[in-house]
Design a protein around this ligand. Sequence first.
Ligand SMILES: [Zn+2]
Length: 59
Amino acid sequence: MIVIIKKGTIEVTTCNTCGCKFSYEKEDVKNGDTDNYKRWKEYVVCPQCSCEVIIKQTR
Ligand SMILES: [Zn+2]
């Protein structure tokens, strides 16, 4: 029987700015405020163009 000892945390996303597809782990996700101070966002930095790629964002 195959059992997962530890679940993988690597995820893949695509940068909307340059189209770069890259993988990231939880450690790479950063938190930040958006222009509206009541909101926050989770993002990773694109390795190719250094743009912020939003993973999650409050409305
Ligand atoms: Zn990019």
